[in-house]
Design a protein around this ligand. Structure first.
Ligand code: X8Z
Ligand code: ZN
Length: 608
């Protein structure tokens, strides 16, 4: 984009403040035409591409170098986008009720959904919201626990997560768990304001509140979406309960009956992860058949001297084997692969598309672990999705719905089977029999099944917060009620409204909707099954790796290339032949483990 063109764009915006530029019809002097609507959309697509590039550039610099100054720069750039969108949506209302072609109507609808937390049109409030958002994310990114006296040594989230992952010492775990949660109380007041201001913005966009805006991005009535989520949850809940039952009994053997109850929730700090959302770090404690098949990828990565770049190359290789185009040279020079030693950054992994035309990157603090290798595949899934839909107008550049975007890399990572790991030399020999399969499935279930209730409850909490059903004075209490109800876990120490535990999870201060991950955990098994069929895989789903299958790659790419230009069932149908989300393939995948778990749990009191 030329600088000259950009300045012109800004001047135009400032001068007439009408993205459509057609003042006459705005005043109602003549009824707008479908052609005008089309021209309006074309104009908005052009403007947004520039504005989003500006915003993403500032956001990138801030996320990779947090200071008060980059906070401000990012907030200003965001403010401009917010201001533009408020005006554009207001203007687009003149096309309401007009008979429009499908594409134009869809683009106008997507325009209203394009900011997760839209700003009120009042300039002061808008600027306040932009700053509130920027500050919350920075508080998270900068967060450290310096011990009870505050004198250090200080540890960041990466270091504290390492304790949660590897330590089996109750008090050490507790210290890291409670310590990280000292980072979030200062976010509480900001979050309250975020809710108030966001809701004002959402109402201007025509939604009851921010939660309704979020539920409106699924090509169905927002209430129907709620029901859809419940339906999917009911499909998978029995499997989660079996896993919970087995894990609790085994943890009781490690930590004792006085610490792990037989029939109550599991303390949240002993599950191997800061939020108890992924339990795979407990695998060494829980391995069903010890020594049957060596799945220690962590050790292999270290032994073979894998660094961040080589791990990322391995990820890219998988996509290339499916026929995807390589990542651009700038991906390798502009991404942030490791944690810098000299400054604060937002380490939470993310994938970026800065320009909508090829400047794609990842930002991660990669360590040589299997968990990070899988996350790399997750992030690359976003990048390859960007590449596939970059040809579309910017308003159509997005996942079929946001769960699709999150599911692509995960679906690929489901092909990281013991067979594939052997092929790339990350394990020595294949587990031979059913025992090896159960071991592998346990590891997968600790990632995928353990996640499901967490994936669901985060936005259940936020939907109710935005709707005012959970007022600030019950933020923390209601958070723990949901954690207990869905995950069957409990805080290991008493909590109060002095705390703000939701803020200790990245997506809350960063305002990233979370339902997408729940849906992705269902969808990825649908994608996997469809790709395995295309690849001609014979045998059980858990054994399938589509590595090297151009047929699987072609089907996947056809779906990705639609971006969000069509309702998501059209996209899903292209790959899977079905138009509904369904946990059937997930249940099929875990069938062997489920039978095994049922046997193990016989005679146990499950539930909490
Ligand atoms: O946030 C992420 C990705 C970036 S989109 C690393 N995930 C969720 C989380 O970490 O909580 C992936 C799984 C769920
Ligand atoms: Zn993601």
């Amino acid at each position: 984009m030329s600088k000259h063109k950009w300045i012109l764009g800004v001047l135009l915006l400032a001068a007439c403040a009408t993205p459509g530029g057609n003042q006459a019809s705005h005043r109602g002097e003549s009824r707008p035409t479908p052609e005008e609507a089309k021209a309006f959309v074309a104009r908005v697509n052009r403007d947004l591409k520039e504005l989003w590039t500006r915003e993403a550039t500032a956001a990138w610099v801030k996320a990779t170098y947090i200071t008060e100054d980059t906070d401000r720069l990012a907030a200003w750039a965001r403010e401009e986008v917010m201001a533009y969108l408020s005006r554009a949506v207001e203007e687009s209302k003149r096309f309401d009720g007009l008979e429009l072609d499908e594409e134009t109507a869809r683009a106008l609808w997507l325009l209203r959904l394009s900011l997760p937390v839209p700003a009120p049109s009042d300039p002061e409030k808008r600027s306040e919201l932009a700053m509130v958002e920027s500050q919350m994310e920075s508080l998270y990114g900068r967060g450290k626990w310096c011990g009870p006296t505050g004198e250090g040594p200080c540890r960041d989230l990466g270091e504290l997560s390492e304790v949660l992952a590897r330590s089996r010492n109750w008090d050490e775990l507790l210290d890291a768990w409670v310590g990280w949660r000292t980072v979030s109380p200062p976010m509480r007041a900001l979050y309250e304001r975020n809710v108030e201001l966001g809701n004002l913005g959402a109402r201007e966009m025509g939604f009851a509140d921010v939660g309704e805006l979020w539920r409106s991005g699924y090509d169905m009535d927002p209430e129907a979406l709620r029901a859809e989520v419940e339906r999917l949850w009911e499909q998978v809940k029995p499997l989660y309960e079996e896993l919970h039952c087995y894990v609790r009994a085994r943890l009781q053997k490690v930590y004792g009956e006085d610490r792990i109850p037989s029939d109550g929730p599991i303390p949240a700090h002993v599950l191997g992860n800061m939020w108890a959302q992924d339990w795979s770090n407990l695998y060494p404690l829980l391995e069903p058949f010890p020594g049957q098949g060596d799945l220690d990828v962590d050790a292999a990565l270290v032994r073979q001297g894998y660094d961040a770049l080589r791990m990322t190359k391995l990820g890219e290789q998988f996509f290339l084997s499916l026929g995807f185009d390589p990542l651009p040279a700038t991906f390798w020079t502009r991404s942030m692969f490791t944690q810098p030693r000299d400054r604060d950054v937002v380490c939470h992994a993310s994938a970026w598309d800065l320009t909508g035309e090829g400047d794609i990157r990842i930002k991660m603090c990669i360590r040589p672990t299997e968990e990070d290798l899988i996350t790399i595949h997750h992030e690359l899934g976003h990048n390859f999705y960007y590449q596939k839909y970059n040809h579309l107008p910017i308003l159509f550049q997005g996942g079929a719905h946001d769960g699709f975007h999150e599911a692509v890399g995960d679906a690929i990572a489901l092909s990281i089977t013991p067979g594939y790991l052997k092929q790339v030399g990350l394990i020595d020999h294949l587990p031979k029999d059913d025992k090896g399969l159960i071991n592998f499935q346990m590891k997968m279930a600790l990632q995928k099944i353990a996640f499901l209730p967490f994936g669901k409850l985060i936005d259940q909490w936020r939907w109710d917060v935005f709707a005012g059903k959970i007022p600030p004075e019950r933020y923390n209490q209601s958070w723990w009620e949901l954690r207990e109800r869905y995950q069957g876990i409990a805080s290991p120490v008493p909590r109060s409204e002095e705390d703000f535990d939701p803020g200790a999870k990245y997506h809350i201060p960063a305002n990233v909707p979370y339902l997408r991950y729940f849906l992705a955990h269902i969808l990825q098994f649908q994608f996997h099954k469809a790709m395995c069929e295309a690849a001609g895989h014979q045998g059980i789903l858990a054994d399938c790796s589509v590595f090297g299958s151009k047929e699987a790659g072609e089907k996947l790419q056809a779906m990705l290339a639609l971006g969000q230009s069509r309702p998501w069932p059209d996209a899903l149908e292209l790959l899977t032949g079905t138009r509904t989300m369904d946990a059937g393939p997930l249940l099929e995948y875990f069938e062997p483990l489920r039978n095994w778990l049922q046997e193990q749990n016989q005679g146990q009191t499950c539930g909490w």
